[in-house]
Design a protein around this ligand. Structure first.
Ligand SMILES: C[S@@+](CC[C@H](N)C(=O)[O-])C[C@H]1O[C@@H](n2cnc3c(N)ncnc32)[C@H](O)[C@@H]1O
Length: 261
């Protein structure tokens, strides 16, 4: 049985993402921006505010998730899947097998450096990874997100177009002052009383949404967590659809969308 059209627009369901996807007709959404559990149990030992172990951290059926993602996405559209260096080979393979063309692995600086893992024998993880995929081909939007350092109209090579005021091509690595960070730090979480072990920065998601979709289009995230993707879609004039299985996080989504934090 498939969901009627009006139940697909601006809803987050408290349910298993794969159950929701099963009820969605083919080619329903214009962009996928999602942050699935990585299949590793995460627990930060070095904070007073301990996070719960996330649902799905023993692993989701990624092959099925990848092929359902391909099916529900419209032709000529973009999909972004957060991942981790050690899950990347498997996730990459599943997404390729599902039919996606994998265009980049983006690396985006975190807002905080993780204090987990082998603190004396490994590098601190200061970035998030995203597998950027296309179904068919879609070109990036012209945005006003980032100004070019070079003066507008400068011609560097004969025969080439003069430079534009705003960047039309972004780097795959987002580091430094000019780019938004990928996560909120613990100070933000404390100030807003919103706690989640892997909460993403809404501004970063908003940039990706503005680069890859148009106002009014439908953005899908099957693993909403605290609802960052839904909020980013709302703030950029897009529609959202998705799921979150955990009742506690599901409640936070309602609060965030209402208060826009
Ligand atoms: C990596 S977190 C997403 C965090 C989110 N990006 C944010 O900014 O808050 C993944 C979320 O997926 C949820 N989850 C795990 N398995 C799920 C499933 N089968 N269906 C829906 N949600 C699930 C977890 O409870 C967790 O909150």
């Amino acid at each position: 049985m498939s969901l009627e059209a009006e139940r697909l627009i601006n809803h987050v369901y408290q349910m298993d993402c794969l159950e929701l996807m099963k009820q969605m007709p083919d080619e329903t959404v214009s962009m996928i921006l999602t942050d699935p559990p990585y299949g590793i149990s995460y627990q930060n030992q070095f904070t007073n505010q301990r996070h719960l172990v996330l649902e799905g951290d023993s692993g989701i059926p990624y092959e099925r998730f990848a092929s359902e993602s391909y099916r529900i996405l419209r032709g000529n559209s973009h999909a972004y899947f957060f991942t981790r260096y050690d899950c990347y080979p498997y996730h990459y393979e599943c997404l390729k097998q599902a039919g996606f063309s994998v265009k980049n692995c983006m690396v985006i600086e975190k807002g905080t450096i993780g204090g987990i893992g082998d603190l004396k024998g490994s590098f601190a993880n200061n970035a998030e990874w995203i597998i950027f995929c296309q179904k068919g081909r879609r070109v990036f939007n012209r945005t006003t997100l980032l100004e070019n350092k070079k003066k507008e109209g400068t011609q560097f090579h004969r025969g080439r177009e003069p430079s534009k005021k705003y960047k039309t091509r972004f780097n795959a690595c987002w580091f430094g002052e000019e780019y938004p960070k990928s996560t909120y730090n613990s100070m933000w979480q404390k100030k807003n009383q919103i706690y989640h072990p892997t909460i993403k920065n809404v501004e970063c998601l908003s940039w990706l949404i503005q680069i890859s979709s148009l106002p009014g289009e439908l953005i899908f995230d099957g693993f909403m967590g605290t609802g960052s993707t839904a909020l980013a879609a709302l703030l950029t004039g897009r529609n959202y659809l998705g799921a979150e299985i955990d009742p506690g996080y599901f409640q936070i989504i309602g609060k965030r969308l209402q208060q826009q934090i």
